[in-house]
Design a protein around this ligand. Structure first.
Ligand SMILES: [Fe+2]
Length: 148
């Protein structure tokens, strides 16, 4: 196996790990949403809240610095790949903002009296993890299509 093939294999393994980490975060957020309104574990919720931006930031940096350049190099003439990568980057940006809102809402809910209504929090959480799961799946398909 040549150096480039080995580097690609390593990046794909890291991509799997990164996706697993993001999926685990989605599962944790879904558990919290399912536990609403009354059965939310405060300590656990705060832990998840603190992980959101960390996990997302790490995944975005890795994908944009290592995965996307690989796709661009492999499919430099493909306008479909180019426009998909543009979409992924802007979804990262939107998700980063959304993640901050979710983080704050979770911390407020776990710690303060002035938290948003459980229904609204549940709606927000579902909006976040459903769109993140969709993003992960579409990105995965594109990676498999180009590098698989
Ligand atoms: Fe992504």
């Amino acid at each position: 196996m040549g150096f480039n093939a080995m580097a690609t294999t390593k990046t794909l393994l890291d991509f799997d790990r990164s996706n697993d980490e993001q999926s685990a975060l989605c599962d944790d957020l879904e558990r919290i949403a399912d536990a609403l309104p009354g059965h939310v574990d405060q300590a656990r919720t705060l832990k998840v809240a603190e992980r959101i931006s960390l996990v997302l930031g790490r995944a975005h940096d890795f994908e944009e610095n290592e995965v996307f350049p690989l796709l661009e190099a492999r499919a430099s003439e493909s306008s479909m790949v180019k426009s998909a990568l543009g979409r992924f980057r802007s979804e990262h940006e939107q998700d980063a903002y959304f993640a901050e809102e979710v983080r704050e809402a979770l911390i407020d809910f776990a710690t303060s009296e002035k938290a948003m209504a459980p229904d609204a929090l549940g709606y927000m959480l579902r909006g976040f993890f459903i769109s993140l799961r969709r993003h992960i799946a579409v990105e995965r398909e594109m990676v498999d299509l180009v590098l698989g």
